[in-house]
Design a binder for this molecule. Structure first.
Ligand code: 5HY
Length: 235
């Protein structure tokens, strides 16, 4: 099957990290197409950035529909454009925040989220509520790292994320940690080994959810609010 993994920001090196993480998890029969829009914010760190990223996400889904893509992952922790993308797509569309939280809820009675800037915590909190995860989410922690700081291999990002994970573990008594940025995808295995608890990368979990849904013949329902958009002129 063909799964399109969309990085909504326009930083190609981050798209590469996301694509590598997706391919490492995908089954051999799955082709991962990792893309980012040609135009849009280089990183998504708030409501405004998210809004600006959505047209590019939707254009990628539209192109995927014409190319026979069977499912999509929106690889940004705010899950930008998820509902609108579901109107366009025949197959499943899964956001990495949604996937990571649901995955965490199946393996622990409580999880904490470790994300980037403090100003994005409320976005994660809104998604916890939207996905009905209030009884599982024990806390949301910011590393105060900018998204593109994650891209700097020589930087302190890993040690800062590890320190924040330890804080969350001690304070929240959580059983799992959800990484709150697609750019952290390549750290989950290493952090899991170091901390001794599941540290969840939503990219990999989302890819597996899409594979599972397509595998049992499920696509996005076209009855009701996820029916295709009503045709109309855009002036
Ligand atoms: C992400 N921003 O996963 C989010 C993380 C965040 O550009 N990719 C981004 O901080 O909201």
């Amino acid at each position: 099957m063909k799964i399109k993994v969309i990085n909504p920001n326009t930083t190609a090196s981050m798209t590469a990290i996301i694509g590598d993480s997706a391919r490492a998890i995908a089954s051999p029969q799955t082709e991962i197409i990792a893309v980012n829009p040609p135009h849009g914010p280089v990183s998504i760190e708030g409501h405004y950035d998210e809004a600006l990223s959505v047209p590019g996400v939707l254009a990628e889904v539209q192109a995927g529909e014409a190319a026979g893509v069977e499912g999509y992952v929106i690889a940004c922790f705010g899950d930008p454009g998820l509902a609108a993308a579901r109107e366009l797509a025949r197959g499943p569309v899964v956001g990495i925040a949604e996937a990571a939280m649901h995955g965490a809820s199946m393996i622990a009675t409580g999880f904490s989220i470790v994300t980037t800037l403090g100003r994005t915590k409320c976005i994660a909190a809104h998604l916890v509520e939207q996905y009905g995860m209030e009884r599982f989410c024990r806390g949301i922690w910011a590393t105060e790292l900018a998204v593109l700081d994650l891209d700097d291999p020589a930087g302190e990002a890993r040690s800062q994320i590890l320190a924040t994970c330890r804080q969350a573990l001690c304070t929240d008594e959580c059983g799992a940690i959800v990484l709150g940025c697609a750019g952290m995808a390549n750290l989950s295995r290493d952090l899991t080994a170091e901390l001794g608890i599941p540290v969840i990368d939503g990219v990999g979990v989302a890819v597996k959810f899409v594979e599972a849904l397509v595998g049992v013949g499920l696509g996005t329902s076209k009855r009701g609010d996820f029916a295709p958009p009503l045709p109309k002129p855009f002036l």
